[in-house]
Ligand binder design. Structure first.
Ligand SMILES: Cc1cc2nc3c(=O)[nH]c(=O)nc-3n(C[C@H](O)[C@H](O)[C@H](O)COP(=O)(O)OP(=O)(O)OC[C@H]3O[C@@H](n4cnc5c(N)ncnc54)[C@H](O)[C@@H]3O)c2cc1C
Length: 490
């Protein structure tokens, strides 16, 4: 495979097969496909192909293979680990952005079949118009596309109640490395006729196949909704509170988002962020309860869950949003944090998970460890704590040089990830592996697990055509971070 440039005949062959509009070689039009969210990588590709349907994707893969070019699938290009950025000029980006049809929606059965290029927001809206609910929800939902959501097994805000992207998926259509199309979109709830091939492609980062369509579960709309902000003196009450609220509400807790006071304060740097209504505590938990049952008394459920903790002095204060607008203002405190952190200075980020019950022990240990390297570092800890996923982020000291801080990225990663390992957690929780974490993941993973992944990669992509050099199974040298940039999203 050529790393330096695609074969001179490939663009012409793709144009001939897929039409002029499907092939991009002009550097100005290529640029958005090469820019990566975190700013750490700039894609090196010189050729983007935008097929309009599954047959077009299959044809593009076959032509790339015939001309010896590796391919990088791209959907919304909001990924944060360099997975969608071509590492070499010879790699071809196959963009799924034109596959935007919702092929079928069955509100009664509770599923829809959508093509990979549908944005997550468009699918949520289609489900709502049909009186149904698609629970997958991320801050990037206006731009990310369902193919990318499934390739990364995206998490987001509602995982606690509904599970991650994999749990929403009933079927897939995938173009394989040899250009054949594997179709399994029936949407069966039960199918034990062999190995679970569908789940293999979910979360595989475009390294095993290109997802062109998916069958997704739809749920009743949880229109009875309550949002509360809780201020806490310590982290200990989180798990008892979440479990009590689940028990009292009939499992209606859809989100439990942790925010440190420092993280919340960073969100205040955005003009549209409301003031913290409960200032003065070190930790905050944003809790959302939601159910389709209009008779469920969620206020009572929350009050019952809170009461023993308040009596024990484990909750400083609580604010229940009385209206939808007030609920949106509480949520803004949380969603403002990633962009607010950017305003404060250079940042080093860790997307990690431990068991929810270990959060209270993990966080102080990890904080002490990073402050051992530099006591002036400003932690920005927040995340989907109900499912154990934390964005354990660090911001440069106020009076320090950003570049010098970023130069210590590897040391901070090592310190935080060693603590994650101590708690048997994961150093790649919801954003995947891509380029950014491939060596980090490998150094913490079970070698047998890596070996099994390499066997699967070899079986499904023997020529190493799909997203080479990325993911936990990748071999060969890692591409250095190309830009000294800051980390852009959560
Ligand atoms: C502001 C912001 C907030 C975010 N919040 C969250 C969050 O809460 N939870 C979360 O999980 N992520 C989050 N992300 C990360 C990102 O949005 C998700 O990873 C998303 O699922 C990626 O979808 P995408 O369409 O943009 O994929 P892309 O960026 O296009 O691709 C991501 C990876 O999947 C591969 N890929 C893309 N499409 C396909 C396909 N059709 N078939 C096979 N492989 C493919 C690519 O090669 C790449 O490796 C956030 C990002 C931003 C910018």
């Amino acid at each position: 495979m050529s790393e330096t440039q695609p074969h001179p005949g490939l663009a012409g062959a793709l144009r001939e097969r897929l039409g002029e509009a499907a092939v991009v070689t002009d550097p100005t039009r290529l640029a958005p496909y090469m820019a990566e969210q975190r700013g750490l990588y700039t894609g090196q590709g010189r050729l983007v192909v935008r097929p309009a349907d599954t047959d077009g994707v299959a044809a593009a893969v076959r032509l790339c293979r015939d001309y010896g070019a590796a391919v990088v699938a791209q959907s919304g290009n909001t990924g944060t680990v360099g997975g969608g950025a071509p590492r070499h000029a010879g790699e071809v980006v196959i963009s799924l952005e034109r596959l935007r049809r919702i092929r079928h929606l069955d509100a009664e059965d509770g599923h829809l079949v959508a093509e990979a290029g549908c944005t997550l927001a468009a699918l949520q809206e289609a489900a709502a118009r049909a009186g149904r609910y698609l629970p997958l929800s991320l801050a990037s939902e206006a731009e990310c596309r369902i193919g990318g959501n499934l390739a990364t097994n995206a998490g987001g805000l509602n995982v606690l109640r509904y599970g991650n992207a994999r749990a929403q998926t009933l079927g897939l259509e995938v173009v394989l490395a040899d250009g054949r199309i594997w179709r399994s979109l029936q949407g069966l709830r039960k199918d034990n006729s062999g190995y679970d091939i569908r789940d293999l492609f979910i979360g595989s980062g475009g390294e095993l196949g290109i997802i062109t369509a998916a069958t997704l579960r739809l749920h009743p709309i949880p229109s009875n909704r309550r949002v509360a902000l809780l201020a806490m003196p310590e982290l200990g009450p989180i798990l008892p509170l979440v479990r009590a609220a689940q028990a009292e509400s009939g499992d209606a807790v859809v989100a439990a988002e942790l925010m440190s006071a420092e993280a919340l304060a960073m969100g205040q740097h955005l003009e549209d962020t409301p003031a913290n209504p409960l200032p003065g505590s070190p930790w905050y938990l944003l809790v959302e309860l939601a159910t389709p049952d209009p008779r469920a008394d969620l206020d009572a459920a929350l009050a019952a869950a809170l009461e023993p903790l308040q009596e024990a002095g484990q909750i400083d204060d609580a604010r229940l949003a009385p209206t939808e607008a007030a609920a949106a203002r509480l949520w803004r405190l949380r969603t403002a944090i990633p962009d607010g952190q950017k305003r404060v200075g250079a940042s080093i980020k860790h997307d990690i998970s431990v068991l929810p019950g270990d959060i209270a022990a993990f966080v102080p240990r990890a904080l002490a460890a990073v402050q051992g390297l530099d006591p002036r570092v400003r932690p920005c800890v927040f995340g989907h704590v109900g499912d154990g996923n934390l964005h354990f982020n660090l911001t440069q000291p106020a009076d320090a040089d950003g570049a010098a801080f970023l130069a210590q990225r590897a040391s901070y990663h090592r310190i935080v990830h060693d603590e994650v390992r101590r708690f048997a957690g994961s150093v790649a929780a919801e954003h995947g592996v891509g380029q950014l974490k491939r060596d980090e993941v490998r150094s913490y993973a079970d070698p047998l697990g890596i070996e099994l992944m390499q066997h699967l990669k070899q079986a499904l992509d023997p020529d190493g055509l799909l997203n080479p050099g990325k993911g936990a199974a990748a071999t060969g040298p890692r591409t250095a971070d190309l830009n000294p940039g800051d980390d852009a999203s959560c």
